[in-house]
Design a protein around this ligand. Structure first.
Ligand code: A3P
Length: 301
């Protein structure tokens, strides 16, 4: 079935989740053809949960020996994080073309918004690592709504905040239902903590150095004592901070190969903007959904 979604065009439901028709085509091709390698790293999010930040951090982390002079010639200074860590859906966008990803030097870093249930089989069967980042649904919703407006500002397809909120709460949102997306990865992370690392945007904002070190351990490239004393952790965090990335020329004026302006990936980069937009009734409504869905699984926001 097709339903008018909160993003741009109508959303199409496939195996319980909502896609735009063109994303669905790319995601299905990826699901069919992508061959994960054991040392691949897959970054997964529900849209607007902090993908850009996670991409920047992970790229800087695993390439830290390649670019020791982080302030001078680091790729993140001149390329948007989405240009360095591709979305699989974009690589498989053309249904008549299967990309050759064999030549990418290991460890390969990719990202996707696919729910756990729909990941390519090889991702589940290999030892490749999955880092999942989620965010409070209220901020995710607000960020997604702004993103839709920026991408298609003149389009009548953009829903009002109220209609978009109803749609999001019903589960009809890009790669939604949001709660099922999160739960799929949460459950897998409980079952297999060496396969899926589960992170929250709010916690990362609070203790970024702790979480960057945790990600490094999870990806089996922990920081040495020497690196820590030389300030490598802080250097990476500063390079990837919202303030730094959003003020780089490339992210102010550049465009992605698929036409989207780099600046749309940076808005506020803060926790709690929902307080400025949602009414008390909306907050109570969405909090109740979150509690009903998550608390029984030991997950809280
Ligand atoms: P806001 O709209 O609340 O500002 P995604 O990267 O998944 O598309 O999510 C985008 C959200 O992450 C936006 O949130 C954006 O501002 C924020 N963001 C982008 N870069 C960030 C960074 N380096 N650190 C923290 N948040 C960042």
């Amino acid at each position: 079935p097709l339903e008018k979604g909160m993003f741009t065009a109508a959303l199409h439901q496939y195996q319980g989740f909502w896609f735009t028709p063109n994303f669905l085509q790319g995601d299905l091709s990826c699901q069919k053809h992508f061959q994960a390698l054991d040392n691949d790293i897959l970054l997964v999010t529900s849209p607007k949960s902090g993908t850009t930040w996670l991409k920047a951090l992970s790229f800087a982390l695993i390439n830290r020996n390649k670019y020791p002079n982080i302030h001078i010639n680091h790729p993140l200074l001149t390329t948007n994080p989405h240009g360095l860590v591709p979305f699989l859906v974009n690589l498989y966008f053309d249904k008549d073309f299967v990309p050759d990803l064999q030549k990418i030097p290991p460890p390969r870093l990719f990202s996707t918004h696919l729910p756990y249930e729909l990941l390519p089989k090889s991702v589940k069967e290999s030892t490749c690592k999955v880092v999942y980042l989620c965010r409070d649904p209220k901020d995710t919703f607000v960020s997604l709504w702004h993103f839709g407006n920026k991408l298609v500002p003149q389009s009548s397809e953009v829903l009002s905040l109220e209609d978009a909120f109803k749609s999001f709460c019903k589960g009809v949102s890009l790669y939604g239902p949001f709660w099922e997306h999160v739960l799929g990865y949460w459950k897998k992370s409980l079952e297999s903590s060496e396969k899926v690392m589960f992170l929250k945007y709010e916690e990362m904002k609070m203790k970024p150095d702790f979480y960057l070190k945790e990600i490094a351990k999870f990806l089996e490239c922990p920081f040495s004592k020497e690196e820590e004393s030389k300030g490598v952790v802080d250097d990476i965090l500063n390079l990837c901070s919202f303030e730094n990335l959003s003020n780089l020329e490339v992210n102010k004026t550049g465009k992605m190969s698929y036409g989207v302006e780099n600046k749309v990936y940076f808005r506020l980069g803060q926790v709690g903007d929902w307080k400025n937009l949602l009414t008390i009734e909306m907050i109570e409504h969405i909090n109740t959904i979150t509690e009903n869905k998550f608390v029984k699984h030991g997950l809280n926001f």
